[in-house]
Design a protein around this ligand. Structure first.
Ligand SMILES: [Zn+2]
Length: 294
């Protein structure tokens, strides 16, 4: 009897299908979330490293190859990857991951967005007319995205649904634990100037004053006049200038020097191999920088 049960179990495990879903994440933040939710039950490829600008890339053959065999694509969305992802997905000719299919997932579609632009903004060069896509800079929105992602994994791989839901729960608990510490750390921070409207998600979440952007409009480089106007508006205040590592360092440095403020370049996404903890460590870095001017 015992022996038969053992044999049955052995047979069951031998005939179980390959477990890991083949997942492609566009950014390392999305990759970190996939690892947080699915762990080893995702065979993960991340397309773009944290040193690259997701706004301005070209579709590459390596991306198309990765997409060809994917069960699920996890993108940031809200047109952040519009310059390359639609073309790469089209070229991969994989029906499972076309937009509208269960195998296509956008983080920005799961949460409310800030910075909804007027229609005229696109005419002026705004690269984000649908609203601000940089939801990965808000850890609380990322919790909502993690729960939605767990449900998507569950839809594609029902046998492991409980694992995915547990992964999202664990990530939610980690964020819940960190949030009061972050809020306390930045409580008296005087405020931040960013290069682009990206980390304003984090500033809004932590109630830190958002003092302006180097860019006059998202995606439009600043003129000398833009920088002079910004400097005049901020003269006499305290703050810090923070910008992404791939952004042009000269304008933010010059503004900071003129105002006598500190400045720092910080990645917008965690390292390539980051999991949920790696993502939270990136938020820690931003919080430390924001609080540096207390
Ligand atoms: Zn952007």
């Amino acid at each position: 009897m015992f022996r038969r049960l053992f044999l049955t179990l052995l047979l069951l495990s031998a005939t179980a299908p390959a477990l890991a879903l083949n997942v492609v994440a566009t950014s390392t933040s999305m990759g970190a979330l996939v690892r947080a939710v699915a762990g080893e039950h995702a065979d993960l490829t991340v397309l773009v490293g944290p040193d690259q600008d997701l706004h301005s890339l070209d579709a590459k053959p390596t991306m198309i190859r990765a997409l060809r065999s994917a069960d699920l694509v996890v993108a940031v969305g809200a047109e952040l990857e519009i310059g390359w992802l639609p073309l790469a997905i089209q070229s991969a000719a994989n029906r499972a991951i076309q937009p509208g299919q269960p195998g296509y997932f956008e983080a920005a579609a799961q949460v409310s967005l800030i910075d909804h632009g007027a229609p005229a903004d696109r005419a002026q060069g705004d690269v984000h007319p649908l609203g601000n896509p940089h939801v990965n800079m808000d850890p609380v929105r990322m919790v909502a995205v993690a729960h939605a992602l767990a449900e998507r994994f569950a839809l594609l791989d029902a046998a492991n649904a409980a694992r995915y839901r547990r992964g999202a729960e664990r990530f939610a608990e980690q964020v819940d634990r960190r949030l009061p510490q972050w809020q306390q750390q930045v409580a008296d921070a005087p405020g931040v100037v960013l290069y682009h409207r990206d980390a304003n998600y984090l500033l809004a979440r932590l109630d830190v004053p958002f003092l302006g952007t180097i860019e006059p409009i998202p995606g439009v480089p600043p003129s000398g006049r833009d920088l002079r106007e910004l400097r005049n508006a901020l003269e006499g205040q305290r703050g810090i200038v923070l910008f992404a590592t791939f952004e042009s360092p000269r304008p933010p440095q010059r503004l900071a020097e003129n105002l006598g403020w500190p400045f720092e370049a910080i990645p917008l996404d965690p390292p390539l191999d980051a999991d949920g903890e790696g993502y939270l460590a990136l938020i820690d870095r931003w919080v430390n920088a924001i609080s540096a001017t207390r």
